[in-house]
Design a protein around this ligand. Structure first.
Ligand code: HSE
Length: 418
């Protein structure tokens, strides 16, 4: 019989996720995992755990030889990086939920794992309760991953659902997301897409071996979406979601971004409401697969941390197979996207920069068009997120470089221009 090793945990953070983990571990005694110490920032706060468990000195955890696992679920990404680096160098395994920290320090974190040989697990950092990282690592251990399309931020999905289905105001929906413990302490990170692009950076690494800083990935959030956009969407039988997407192009590079997108009513992501997340993977031979689960909140996030802790009993490590065992992929900046853009005045829209415009409507207050842009137009300019302008991708937005000439010709023919 295999005997699993005893895990003695030093926990950093006792907020929504940290306290959730504490409760979850109390209900799973068979795991042989025990929290020895919890490091917190504010000792004055009332906590639902024995006072002797807590310290404000990080070294009580990082330099305690009896602690063999550091679990880090704090908010401050700089402090989190320091904790994780020291823990790995001190021979401890690490479980982290700090998506911002991981995304911003990916090269260093990869290097630290190589140098120390320690496990660094972060399943809870992307899509909380959905086991997507380990699936990408283990199950999709090949070169057949054609595309991934996902909802990776619970708060924005919650806000969009409540605004469009329950007619709540943006401010009320956000407040509710905060009260339920879904939102980041700085909710701008959720609303403006930073949290989603951080998660996408992590998932692109496990899916395709891409090592890229989040600043180099095209993204925005839901801050510019208007009620008039929702009206257009419902006329066309679409939902509006903040979608993270990656697609392998014919030249082997990967087109990837996080942008609002129209989602057809019969697509799996349209089924994803409130704080749920969803991931649709398209791979060779299997066709489409859909993963669905809670993407934010105390217990759903703690469940993924718990699963990482359980995996440490048998010394599980990510092998980063796509990065080290296959030819890693790189991001593409050379593709086109079909977009819907709504705006207050034509003067804000650089019409000549569109490859073609195939539909436009001019209402008194609000106007919109549907057209095709090169991705570089979005990378290099900001007009599409300024002056009340709202950009939403169409359902199948990516057009490959090689296909553009034929499509343009066909579109102009249909419009009667040629
Ligand atoms: N603020 C995050 C979200 C929490 O709403 O998805 C889970 O990572």
């Amino acid at each position: 019989m295999v005997t699993h090793k005893q895990l003695n945990i030093g926990l950093f953070g006792f907020g929504v996720v940290g306290e959730g983990l504490y409760k979850v571990l109390q209900q799973t005694p068979s795991l042989k995992a025990q929290i020895k110490k919890v490091c917190i920032k504010h000792p004055g706060k009332k906590r639902n755990a024995p006072a002797e468990l807590f310290t404000t000195d990080k070294n009580d955890l990082l330099f305690d030889d009896n602690i063999n696992v550091i679990v880090e679920v704090i908010d401050d990404s700089n402090a989190a990086f320091e904790i994780v680096s020291t823990a790995l160098k001190n021979g401890k395994s690490v479980v982290s939920a700090s998506k911002k920290m991981i995304a911003e320090h990916l090269p260093e974190i990869l290097q630290l794992q190589l140098e120390t040989g320690q496990s660094f697990l972060c399943e809870s950092a992307a899509c909380a309760s959905i086991p997507v990282i380990r699936n990408l690592e283990e199950y999709y251990d090949n070169d057949l991953l054609h595309s991934i399309k996902a909802i990776v931020n619970g708060s924005t999905n919650f806000i969009l659902t409540r605004i469009f289905e329950d007619k709540l105001s943006f401010a009320d929906a956000l407040l509710l997301a905060q009260q339920l413990g879904f939102a980041e302490s700085n909710p701008k990170l959720d609303v403006e897409g930073y949290d989603a692009v951080n998660k996408w950076t992590i998932l692109l690494n496990h899916a395709y071996g891409i090592v890229e800083h989040p600043d180099n990935i095209l993204f925005t959030g839901i801050q510019n979406i208007q009620l008039s956009d929702a009206t257009v969407a419902s006329e066309k039988h679409y939902d509006i979601k903040l979608v993270a997407q990656a697609k392998k192009l014919k030249d082997g590079t990967v087109a990837a971004f996080v942008l609002p997108q129209f989602v057809k009513a019969d697509e799996p992501l349209s089924f994803v409401k409130n704080e749920y997340n969803g991931v649709v993977i398209e791979s060779g031979f299997a066709d489409k697969q859909f993963f669905y689960g809670k993407g934010a909140g105390s217990f759903p996030t703690a469940s993924a941390v718990l699963s990482d802790i359980a995996a440490l009993r048998y010394d599980y490590k990510y092998e980063y197979k796509k990065l080290y065992h296959h030819k890693p992929h790189h991001l593409s900046a050379d593709f086109y996207v079909k977009v819907y853009v709504s705006f207050d005045d034509w003067k804000f829209i650089p019409r000549d920069n569109f490859e073609w415009i195939e539909e436009w409507h001019a209402g008194e207050d609000r106007k919109y068009l549907i057209g095709v842009l090169h991705a570089k137009e979005l990378f290099n300019n900001t007009w599409w997120k300024e002056n009340n302008t709202s950009l939403i991708l169409t359902p199948e937005p990516i057009i490959e470089n090689l296909d553009i000439i034929n499509l343009k010709k066909r579109s102009l023919e249909l419009a009667g221009v040629i």
